[in-house]
Design a protein around this ligand. Structure first.
Ligand code: SF4
Ligand code: SF4
Length: 360
């Protein structure tokens, strides 16, 4: 075997970069050796290492999908008012890390002056995590960052204050495949009608076996339509998930009238205090009304208001609902309970993913 053949083949994908190279020197020095932490004010975390070193983390909200000018502005603030090190949380908050307490107040003043609210810690409503939406994904029935922006405008005070019973994590998803995950409140788009097939295009555009395989409920079959190879959908089986649309755009499912928003509550990824839980549907059929989605904002505010008023200290949304029960939840929020809240789809017993540890 030649020397070239014997050399191991190195992976060529880049993957996640090594975080150590970007880490604040104090974080790097005390990696894995922290003693305690507290929150001196909303939006600021204070960590003390076993070595006695201290760091302050200032958290600010951003609009998530940012233009290059905004990113440069945030980086300039890091260079001038912090120690030049930042990180983004999964909810698109930016965090500035400083090793000198005297830098905290001027940094907050600068961030707020530039329109970036400081908050999102403790029992606040943190930034809403959202899925890719129109920018990167091929299925969405609505924008994702637009819904977040209009809701966070309403929730500004809840981001900059810690007045909720416990932390509130809101997610949005622009289809029911729902890469947004579970949330205390989740705002998800639902397609409500099966796809409409443009049979003239299917043979030219779609790989039919791939489309058939994509359907989670086996509702798609190959068919000859007007003498051309195409597909047909068994509409009784179709759950309107939209999964067939990306591999086959002639199976159009987005619809201005019939793609609706739904609100789910009580989901939780973490194992803190209580085990993880699935969110449950509480409102369906809200209209998809960009650019401000007023019906969605109104409903979310009703739920948050009831939780804030009635939740006990440290109760997460799901724990609050478990304590008071669903009838009382609908009473307190003033939302109607309808027959559509009852899951009666028999196929779900066999095919629905029943673990909240696995996310699509
Ligand atoms: S939620 Fe659906 S449409 Fe939105 S980014 Fe995820 S897969 Fe795409
Ligand atoms: S929308 Fe979903 S369930 Fe309906 S045909 Fe397409 S892949 Fe199947």
């Amino acid at each position: 075997m030649s020397e070239a053949q014997a050399a191991p083949r190195m992976p060529d994908e880049c993957g996640v970069p090594d975080p150590q190279q970007y880490m604040h020197p104090t974080l790097k020095k005390n990696y894995g050796a922290w003693d305690w932490h507290d929150r001196p004010r909303v939006g600021v975390l204070h960590h003390v290492a076993k070595s006695g070193d201290e760091v302050w983390t200032v958290k600010a909200g951003t609009q998530r999908q940012m233009d290059v000018h905004t990113i440069r502005k945030l980086c300039d603030i890091a260079d001038e008012f912090a120690d030049g090190h930042v990180r983004f949380t999964t909810r698109s908050n930016i965090e500035y890390i400083v090793a000198d307490q005297s830098k905290v107040d001027p940094l907050i003043k600068k961030l707020e002056g530039e329109g970036f609210p400081v908050g999102g810690t403790g029992n606040s409503v943190s930034m809403i995590s959202h899925t890719q939406g129109w920018l990167h994904c091929d299925i969405p029935a609505t924008d994702a960052s637009g819904v977040v922006k209009s809701l966070m405008d309403e929730l500004y005070q809840e981001f900059t204050n810690e007045q909720m019973p416990n932390r509130v994590k809101i997610t949005t998803s622009c289809c029911q495949i729902n890469c947004g995950g579970q949330g205390d409140i989740a705002i998800n788009i639902q397609h409500t009608k099966p796809p409409v097939i443009n049979h003239d295009l299917v043979a030219n555009v779609c790989e039919r076996p791939a489309v058939v395989a994509r359907c989670p409920v086996a509702a798609i079959r190959p068919a000859l339509v007007n003498g051309k190879p195409s597909l047909e959908v068994d509409e009784k089986k179709c759950v309107c998930c939209g999964a067939c649309y990306p591999p086959c755009p002639p199976m159009q499912i987005n619809d201005a009238e019939n793609s609706k928003l739904a609100i789910w509550v009580g989901g939780k990824h973490s194992s803190t205090r209580s085990k993880p839980s699935f969110h449950k549907l509480v409102v369906a059929g809200l209209p998809n009304t960009p650019p401000r989605w007023p019906e969605v904002s109104k409903t979310v505010m009703k739920i948050l208001h009831a939780y804030k008023e009635d939740g006990r200290a440290w109760e997460r949304m799901n724990e609050w609902i478990d304590r008071i029960g669903w009838p009382r939840f609908f009473e307190l929020t003033g939302l109607p309970f309808t027959k559509y809240h009852i899951e009666d789809w028999r196929g779900g017993r066999n095919s629905l993913n029943a673990s909240n540890h696995v996310h699509f």
